[in-house]
Design a protein around this ligand. Structure first.
Ligand code: ADP
Ligand code: MG
Length: 635
């Protein structure tokens, strides 16, 4: 057995067979198909060699054996060489494959969506984020035109950043709102091939829809803020003008009633009444603008939301009509809020009336109350409402719903889609809810219905407070009996109307137009003055500061604050907590007189009560270094 092949005995052959079988069947083996062919060929050769040994042993044919042996001797090194070559080649391919796999894994771990798009706009490669973003498998994307996948379009898009990047050789960006109403930010990076030619672009796509939504909400909120300020400012000026118009018309009626018959125009009184009525309508409108601008004075109490809803149920059912099925689904127990009852009732009414208007042929309205605890990232909370317990009122209807462009303008004042709508219902609702520290959201689907959700902060108190008994307005037949009243008002017309009306009723009227003027005048007349009526917003300071200063000097004084609006919440709270009487503008003469009558009664009580503060009535100018006072007023 000098034959090298014959040196292999049966045992080593069995060993080789086992090793090769293991290499070929083991899944983790890195042997490629070429190596497998080489191994099989070697194996066959070895079997043939053993077969030749058998032939030799049996002595069947010397000749055949000689040729076979030579043949095998050539084949063995040939096959072994082939095996070595293919094995090394497979190794290289495998290592290339594994580094490509590794790269794919790395790129798949990115949250940014990536795609390689070639010059023909075919997608050649994607990562997992891109597949997830476009909700497609790699097979559905690779080899397809990018515009058909991204934009469902047969033609390339205008302003396509990939086309621009391929032609300019620069990074190009674009923002598109296309796929599933998402807003996508696309950046195309040109990819330069080995020859220096641009072979395509790597496009990275970021879904910026959440950021866009937030930006829109912020823009919406600041728009509402700006319109609110404007509306509040206009309403303030209007209130002043209306106070004068209504007031003078009332003076006109009085004049008409009192003047000698021969001079009297029989229609004069009716004409003045018309002026008052129209003025009152304008005043109602300004009141709504104030509500939207969050400038009206609230009268918050601890109230039970469920009780308010059941309390308004009768009125609600009458208002929405019989063809609408009104259902209540109220949370168990009381939901306590610190809120202005009338305002919350108005919110419910406005939303219910809109729901009714959306269902001209009948339908269903459901009013639901819930307690919601908000945490930091509460989904429905675009307005920095602090986390905590909120009472929610949900009003949903089965009406015609709204298009997205209506939804976007919903809370704008004067926005209406109705022929006879005012467009104020929702803007007023928005203002009231915001003024109570809450927020409102709307959701709608065309021809299915709409849902409005109002969130209001819950109260920490335990018991609802009773509404005070309404005071009957005082009589117009008021006699001032020479009582001194200081009126501080920067609107000359109002000052004129108030002082004329009061002088006619035997008051001693002192007037001032500014904060400093008010202080000076008070110094001079403080002994004769029992009542102060001051506007809240004065050109050189706050009327609240002024009356607090004056009152500190003479605590027996009755104080009335009057305003068309209050600039901020702090101001509202101060008026409320001061305990001073409040006269909202525009006020008709009857309201002015009834408030003054109330002030006169408090004044009498104050006179009876010993002055506990024992403050001497020292001139204020001595403290503040104000010049010698100038007395003003009509006597
Ligand atoms: N529940 C609702 N269903 C459908 N559309 C509504 C609903 N609520 C409000 N809207 C839309 O919002 C607009 C503004 O409402 P609003 O401010 O109350 O004013 P108005 O009721 O006077 O039109 C309405 O004209 C209507 O198009
Ligand atoms: Mg409405």
């Amino acid at each position: 057995m000098n034959n090298p092949i014959a040196a292999l005995d049966s045992l080593s052959l069995a060993f080789l067979v086992a090793a090769i079988a293991w290499a070929m069947t083991n899944k983790r083996s890195e042997l490629g198909s070429g190596a497998r062919v080489a191994i099989i060929a070697t194996l066959i050769t070895m079997i043939l060699r053993d077969f030749s040994n058998v032939l030799q042993w049996t002595g069947v044919t010397q000749f055949f054996d000689q040729y076979l042996e030579d043949f095998i001797e050539i084949l063995i090194p040939l096959f072994l060489g082939f095996f070595l070559y293919t094995f090394l080649q497979d190794k290289m391919v495998t290592s290339l494959k594994s580094s490509a796999q590794e790269r794919q894994l790395i790129l798949d771990s990115l949250s940014e969506s990536l795609m390689f798009i070639n010059r023909d706009l075919n997608i050649e490669w994607t990562n997992k984020a891109a597949e997830a973003l476009f909700e497609r498998s790699p097979n559905e994307m690779i080899g397809h035109k990018c515009h058909s996948i991204l934009h469902n379009s047969d033609i390339p898009c205008d302003e396509c950043p990939v086309i621009r990047a391929i032609s300019s050789g620069r990074i190009e960006e674009n923002e598109v709102s296309a796929f599933s109403a998402k807003t996508l930010h696309m950046t195309a990076h040109p990819v330069i091939g080995p020859t220096g030619r641009i072979i395509g672009a790597l496009e990275s796509v970021v879904d910026i829809s959440p950021r866009k939504k937030m930006e829109q909400q912020l823009a919406g909120a600041s728009k509402m803020e700006a319109i609110g300020k404007l509306a509040g400012g206009v309403a303030h000026d209007f209130n002043n003008i209306l106070t004068a118009i209504i007031g003078f018309a009332e003076c006109g009626i009085e004049e008409a009633q009192e003047s000698p018959t021969e001079k009297q125009n029989p229609q004069l009184e009716a004409l003045f009444k018309n002026i008052i009525e129209s003025g009152q309508r304008a005043a109602d409108l300004t009141q709504q603008l104030l509500a939207f601008g969050r400038r009206q004075i609230l009268h918050p109490r601890i109230i039970d939301l469920n009780e308010i809803i059941t309390g308004t149920l009768n009125m609600l059912s009458r208002m929405i009509g019989e063809d609408i099925d009104l259902r209540l689904n109220l949370a168990d127990g009381a939901i306590l809020l610190s809120a202005d009852r009338a305002q919350i009732e108005q919110v419910i009414m406005n939303l219910a009336v809109n729901a009714r208007d959306a269902m001209p042929n009948g339908g269903k309205i459901e009013i639901i109350t819930q307690v919601t605890e908000t945490v930091r990232n509460f989904a429905d909370d675009p307005v920095h409402a602090p986390p905590g317990l909120y009472a929610s009122i949900i009003i949903q209807d089965s009406g015609k719903g709204m298009e997205p462009d209506v939804l976007n303008k919903l809370f704008d004042p004067f926005f209406t889609t109705k022929n006879n709508g005012t467009g104020l219902g929702l803007s007023v609702t928005y203002g009231i809810v915001k003024q109570h520290g809450g927020w409102i959201s709307a959701y709608s689907e065309k021809n299915i219905g709409s849902v409005f959700k109002v969130y209001l902060p819950m109260a920490h108190h335990e018991e609802p407070t009773q509404d005070p008994i309404m005071k009957i307005p005082g009589s117009v037949q008021l006699d001032g009996r020479g009582i001194g009243i200081l009126i501080v008002e920067d609107e000359a017309r109002i000052l004129d109307f108030v002082s004329t009306s009061l002088t006619r009723r035997n008051f001693r009227v002192f007037t001032a137009e500014t904060f400093s003027d008010g202080l000076k005048t008070f110094e001079t007349v403080q002994d004769e003055c029992q009542i102060v009526l001051s506007d809240v917003v004065l050109p050189d300071g706050s009327g609240v500061d002024l009356v607090e200063k004056i009152w500190a000097v003479k605590p027996s004084l009755s104080v009335i604050l009057s305003s068309g609006y209050t600039e901020e919440r702090a101001g509202l709270d101060r008026i409320r907590s001061s305990g001073f009487l409040y006269l909202p503008k525009p006020y008709p003469l009857t309201k002015l007189l009834s408030t003054i009558s109330e002030a006169m009664q408090t004044n009498i009580l104050n006179q009876d009560t010993p002055d506990v503060s024992q403050k001497p009535a020292i001139p204020l100018s001595e403290k503040k270094g104000i010049d010698q006072p100038v007395k003003k007023g009509n006597h």
